[in-house]
Design a protein around this ligand. Structure first.
Ligand SMILES: Cc1cc2nc3c(=O)[nH]c(=O)nc-3n(C[C@H](O)[C@H](O)[C@H](O)COP(=O)(O)OP(=O)(O)OC[C@H]3O[C@@H](n4cnc5c(N)ncnc54)[C@H](O)[C@@H]3O)c2cc1C
Length: 187
């Protein structure tokens, strides 16, 4: 049983995964390697002078794994509610998690199949997004969404920030108090 399962490991999902794992949560991140971010060239990501999309995605996954997230390359086919959380069916087996974060980029099919409410997107070329509240909660208690699929501005630094924001909200809910992750300058 995972504390948090994250579907998608683009900037939103990998960022959520690294925060979740670094907070000590048993974290599973599942990704089928179809990130739109891999087609980008970045010069507008704060703190990075320039970087290729494939490098940004690869480093993000490595960061999440470094803190203990388990990364599975597979496609999630369905997410269903159970008595204790959620059952996640993939092409390579099934897993259970207490909380789920959807960070599926352009893909809303999985969300719609799971009964999650969607709405029209506002960003250029983004037709449909998941209907979330300000915290990233969907209409199904325990399923959250972050990044492009949650309707934020389609920029990597914003989707990564949204993944971090939603993960911090999930961690805070699990802990029963607000969570912060601050490392101090090493001497
Ligand atoms: C050509 C191009 C150029 C761009 N240039 C810039 C730029 O210069 N600056 C900038 O800020 N932004 C740029 N962007 C936008 C940027 O890539 C996105 O805003 C953002 O990074 C998307 O992040 P995400 O995590 O929401 O989605 P994605 O990066 O698309 O990640 C979603 C992940 O979910 C996975 N997934 C989906 N469904 C499933 C499933 N059922 N099971 C398992 N995995 C699943 C996918 O494989 C994917 O890896 C560009 C985009 C494109 C296409």
């Amino acid at each position: 049983m995972y504390d948090i399962a994250i579907i998608g490991a683009g900037p939103a999902g990998a960022s959520a995964a690294l925060f979740a794992a670094k907070a000590g949560k048993k974290t599973l991140v599942i990704d089928n390697d179809k990130s739109i971010t891999k087609r980008a060239w970045f010069e507008n990501y704060y703190g990075i002078l320039e970087m290729t999309g494939p490098d940004l995605v690869e480093i993000g996954k490595k960061q999440a794994v470094k803190f203990g997230a388990e990364l599975l390359t597979s496609t999630v086919q369905n997410v269903t509610k159970t008595e204790t959380g959620f059952h996640i069916e993939t092409e390579n087996g099934a897993f259970d998690a207490n909380q789920v974060i959807l960070a599926t980029g352009l893909g809303v099919d999985l969300a719609e199949k799971a009964g999650i409410r969607t709405k029209n997107g506002t960003e250029p070329r983004i037709k449909t997004v998941i209907d979330v509240d300000a915290d990233g909660k969907t209409n199904i208690d325990g399923i959250w969404a972050a990044g492009t699929v949650a309707g934020v501005s389609v920029h990597a630094i914003i989707t990564a920030g949204d993944g971090a924001k939603v993960a911090i909200n999930v961690i805070s809910q699990l802990n029963g108090e607000r969570y912060v992750d601050h490392d101090v300058l090493k001497s």
